[in-house]
Design a protein around this ligand. Structure first.
Ligand SMILES: Nc1ncnc2c1ncn2[C@@H]1O[C@H](COP(=O)(O)OP(=O)(O)OP(=O)(O)O)[C@@H](O)[C@H]1O
Ligand SMILES: [Mg+2]
Length: 260
């Protein structure tokens, strides 16, 4: 089931630095939502708050109505949250398959004791998740890479492995932090097709942080623009791209005036 997300007055301060200030917005279940804004606007920090890597200084974050702010990442993963990172965070010495399998961990029944004892029902689930991981890699045209160490893959494929790892957890809410960064034109096209396919085949809510406006326009139903830690506006990607406040935030007031 796709999850909803609701942020109310989320602020994040590091010492005197106000990274996020009173950010509020709602994401309906099943939508593809864009989070955009210039470098340093606070997009990754906001993802870190949602995924439990940062604890907001104030405000509330709820997933399907359950208060999530301040919960550890492992608990949020069990609530159906998965994410990728701006800089891929893979186990580089482990194989591609082992990296993807990490995403299936939250679906294993029981707990550390039954996992360590490898009880029959745990082993059965492990086998099923492994089969699913191999199918995911196969569909992505990556079956050939399953047993290669992750560090032998290109940057583009690292991004892909992170996405497959996140999807193996069968998330209800998926956060993608700059999934197109550093990808070739062809890889971006493939990514857009993959996310479109996800939307039709799975009941999932997706939030994408991205500077690639072509991708944001192609995929998102709605966007929020952040600037200097504050919400500047929300609307469709087209509305954001033609909003003078957004143009000013990206290129500076003088340049925006010259362009007008
Ligand atoms: N742990 C931290 N300690 C201190 N400052 C931080 C911390 N994390 C983020 N910041 C600051 O918060 C601000 C927003 O950073 P953030 O990485 O969230 O921006 P961003 O919108 O993701 O930018 P980009 O598009 O470049 O990825 C920056 O000024 C950054 O230095
Ligand atoms: Mg960032």
């Amino acid at each position: 089931m796709a999850a909803s997300l609701s942020l109310k007055d989320v602020s994040l301060h590091f010492g005197g630095v106000k990274v996020l200030q009173d950010v509020s917005f709602d994401v309906e279940p099943g939508v593809i939502f864009g989070l955009v804004g210039p470098n340093g606007a606070g997009k990754t920090s906001l993802f870190n708050c949602i995924s439990g890597h940062y604890r907001p200084s104030s405000g509330s974050i709820s997933i399907d109505g359950t208060e999530a702010s301040g919960s550890p990442p492992a608990r949020l993963a069990r609530l159906g949250l998965a994410r990728t990172f701006q800089h891929p965070a893979l186990q580089l010495n482990a194989s591609v398959l082992q990296n993807v399998l990490l995403g299936g961990h939250t679906r294993l029944p029981g707990g550390p004791v039954s996992w360590a004892l490898r009880l029959p029902y745990t082993a059965r689930s492990e086998r099923a998740i492994r089969t699913e991981a191999l199918e995911l890699l196969d569909r992505a045209g990556l079956a050939w890479a399953a047993d290669l160490p992750a560090d032998e893959l290109s940057h583009g494929l690292h991004k892909g492995v992170e996405l497959w790892r996140a999807l193996l957890s069968r998330p209800a809410l998926l956060l993608l932090d700059e999934p197109a960064a550093g990808l070739s034109h062809g890889e971006v096209e493939q990514l857009i097709a993959t996310v479109k396919r996800l939307r039709t085949e799975q009941d999932i809510t997706i939030i994408i942080v991205e500077h690639h406006m072509g991708l944001i326009s192609a995929l998102t139903d709605r966007v929020v623009v952040l600037d200097h830690g504050r919400k500047l506006m929300s609307g469709t990607a087209a509305e954001a791209q033609s909003d003078p406040r957004v143009i000013e935030a990206y290129i500076g007031k003088d340049a925006a005036d010259d362009a007008a």
